[in-house]
Design a protein around this ligand. Sequence first.
Ligand code: NAD
Length: 481
Amino acid sequence: MPTGQIFINGKWQAPLTGETYAPINPANEEAIAPVAKGDERDIDAAVAAARKAFDEGPWPRMSPHERGRLVWKLGDLIQQNLDEMAKLESLCTGKTLFDSGKVEIPFAAEVFRYFAGWATKIHGETLQLRDNAFTFTLRQPVGVVGAIVPWNFPFLLSSWKLGPALAAGNTVVLKPASQTPLTALKFAELVAEAGLPEGVVNVVTGPGGKIGMAMVRDPRVDKIAFTGSTEVGKQIMREAAGTLKRLSLELGGKSPNIVFADADMEAAIRGAMTGIFYNKGEVCAAGSRLFLEDKVHDEFMSKLTERVKGLKVGDPLEKSTRMGPVVSKQQMDTVLSYIESGKQEGARLVAGGGRASVGNGKGYFIEPTIFDGVTNRMKIAREEIFGPVLSVIPFKSVEEGIAQGNATTYGLAAAVWTRDVSKALKAARAIRAGTVWVNAYNLFDAALPFGGFKESGFGREMGSAGLDHYTEVKTVWVDLS
Ligand code: NAD
């Protein structure tokens, strides 16, 4: 893929600023490659191309069979370019090559294939209401979609938007996070290779706030699909009111991982580890609040802290590494300041607590960190840290565990660990979150909707629910009298 360029209307071009910037590899603090520093004028051109492709081009008009085949082909091309895409993702994000190559990129390919199948299954309804009328509904594409994605799962979260948007016949302007643009640019190359009509997918890179907001304000954009922080989600909602855009917002979380005393302890420990240390805790659904029933608290904690010692922090491209660096210096400083706040508020530090020393001392590595004796009032239990920092909160009864788990402004995900099916199902009903895992953590499937309650946002991604908000329902009334 050409360096320093953006992809508009099926063509690579220099940004109008003529400038580039270099994303930084968080594992060694070195510049990765020059990337175009687009601005509002480039967004203007990309939106114009997407608008024209939607209003006049073949994409929304082509047979859904054909469109579905092209979306499927994108999935195939992603799979064929897996190694390169995984490496690009790991270089920018600091996630291990295992996570990029075995989890994120293959999952994204699967998402395209899943939604390819939906292209032929989008339909309205016929309603027989009166003799002198024929009434039915159509489900039509929304139009131009602005997709804004964060840096933690850059390509996977793009696929959650691109897959349904394209299958339903929309056109898209994709804006990756400025730290992690390379897989989006590689994808643009695959879009051209697959033979999608020009203007259907456009990719603009540059400073996120500036060009993201330009897209949110643009009246020619019909919908914004955003994943990112709750704070920026709220800003987007305010700005989108100006043009009353459709919005789906996948925002932050502070998810409770609740272990009851009758749980399979080994499995729950593995779940606690995956819940918070997978992808260095940079997971919107991270199980960052671990609730332990007091009867098992001490035994659980001694095993958990033992297990954490064996978690190898290091170069994400090395096979033996289990946890890479956090994404940027800014993120490292944020996480370290939360660790400091935990210490000051009186939580008990039982593992980690600072930068991890790896190699020559370069890189934004943080030790897997656990605080015990946390209360829900502490900042480390209330705010999303988005790093490898676990807050452990003891509880005494089932009711208390659930009530404390729900005591958050967020509602993205949760897990409960128990051998008692009735307790598990009652808890699953009572927890106010978009996903509840029982005896598992961080499991996702292209066919299962994912999204938030409360300040974790609204709208669902993946599954049939993930398709709904890429279509508008139209009523057609034919008078027969
Ligand atoms: P962020 O909100 O800072 O940025 C997200 C995206 O928005 C980036 O592309 C960024 O460039 C862009 N952006 C920033 N300011 C903008 C503005 N004013 N207008 C328009 N766009 C703007 O989030 P982040 O730091 O990249 O990602 C971490 C956050 O994302 C966490 O809060 C995490 O929980 C959340 N997240 C949520 C989910 C989910 O599915 N719910 C998944 C992953 C991450």
